[in-house]
Design a protein around this ligand. Structure first.
Ligand SMILES: Cc1ncc(COP(=O)(O)O)c(C=O)c1O
Length: 377
């Protein structure tokens, strides 16, 4: 039997559907496929799936992830965690970000009344603040040690530095080290073979660090990795117990260029209208930085991928203008025409919109609030 050909350049909202733009539309079938496939991948690796909520910030989508088998949520910010606990029924949250400062410590204690919370730390200073708050409240907090396996963002260096930190933190009152985590985001901007090598090295460095910590008598049941492009590789390293991909629910223009994923798997698109055609080689769409965000792509010029127009670039953006350079004579860029743009980085683009328009069979069938948008604290 011949497999049906998939039109990878298919738009998700029918051109006859009346829409006020710019907006973000999400194809529900693609979204569900992405969620189901990552859940199956985690099950195949034999690890827990604890998706990062930063990508969608949307309780409806968190519920779909839980229904597909996710064990809980990863959030960066307390404000995001509060939304998912209160609006999506999440009862187990990892805050994969240092919690520092009195107001946050108070909110953390409040949240711990409503959910099981684990916090990542990468310094004795942050852990000491947490410890003091927990001890004063008569509570014990589970902690992951954040380990830098090459991304060079936060995290104690893999090996002795992370081991020393774990021992110091575990001695603090009200603090219990239960895991290590890394974000191997540095694996994610190249071809699959390079991603695989970087991801496996990161996984091995984390697992070795965990083993050294255990040598000191700390039990350490959790070894947590996470990034979407490395999902096929890092969690396969023996000893990893948990994965935290986020972007996979939608994918984006940075990820679909890595070989495994085509634009047809990018569930979320910024729908924009051509509002000006000031020169033969230039069209203006109504999506600028306030709709697409500003992130560059390491693998594609410009600020997003216009579905169905692979050779067009969004060369420049200001707040309300996207300056598109379409190939000469290419139809689809007359004033009033609509385009679907896959942003370079979908997470900050979603943070700019109040609601997701949910498309079923090309029609907008629902609107889901992006309830955790803008939760920077
Ligand atoms: C700590 C942490 N874990 C997991 C993720 C998810 O990675 P991705 O966006 O590649 O899915 C991120 C993303 O920024 C992160 O910062």
């Amino acid at each position: 039997m011949v497999a049906p050909t998939v039109d990878v350049e298919r738009t998700i909202v029918d051109p006859t559907e009346v829409l006020d733009t710019p907006c973000i539309a999400v194809d529900e079938a693609i979204l569900r496929q992405n969620i189901a496939e990552m859940a199956a991948l985690a099950a195949g690796h034999g690890v827990n799936l604890r998706p990062h909520m930063k990508t969608h910030k949307t309780p409806h989508i968190a519920r779909l992830q839980l229904a597909a088998g996710a064990v809980g949520a990863t959030c960066a910010k307390l404000g995001e965690a509060e939304i998912f606990v209160d609006q999506a029924g999440i009862d187990d949250v990892l805050l994969a970000y240092p919690v520092v400062g009195e107001p946050k410590l108070r909110r953390l204690l409040d949240l711990m009344e409503r959910a099981r919370v684990t916090v990542a730390v990468d310094s004795v200073a942050a852990a000491t603040g947490l410890s003091a708050a927990m001890a004063a409240a008569g509570r014990t907090l589970d902690l992951y040690i954040e380990v830098n396996t090459g991304q060079d963002r936060a995290g104690a260096s893999a090996g002795e530095e992370a081991v020393a930190l774990a021992l110091a933190v575990d001695r603090l009152p009200g603090a219990r080290v239960v895991g290590v985590m890394t974000h191997e985001g540095h694996a994610g901007a190249s071809d699959p073979a390079v991603i695989a090598g970087t991801a496996r090295n990161a996984g091995a460095a984390l697992v070795n660090t965990a083993a050294k910590i255990r040598d000191h008598g700390i039990e350490l049941p959790h070894v947590s990795v996470g990034s979407t492009p490395s999902s096929w590789y890092t969690p396969a390293v023996a000893g990893v117990t948990e994965m935290r991909p986020g972007t996979y629910v939608f994918y984006d223009n940075s990820i679909f260029r890595h070989g495994r994923i085509g634009p047809d798997r990018c569930a979320a698109r910024v729908v924009a209208t051509v509002v000006s055609r000031p020169a033969a080689g230039r069209a203006i769409i109504d999506a600028g930085s306030k709709a697409l965000a500003m992130d560059p792509s390491s693998s594609h010029p410009g600020y997003g991928y216009i579905v169905g127009h692979p050779a067009a670039t969004i060369a420049r953006i200001s707040e309300e203008h996207g300056v598109v350079l379409p190939p000469p004579e290419e139809p689809g860029f007359a004033v009033g025409d609509r385009v679907e743009v896959i942003p370079n980085h979908i997470c900050p683009a979603v943070n700019l919109t109040d609601e997701l328009l949910i498309a079923r069979d090309g029609r907008v069938a629902d609107r889901w609030p992006v309830a955790a948008r803008g939760k920077v604290r």
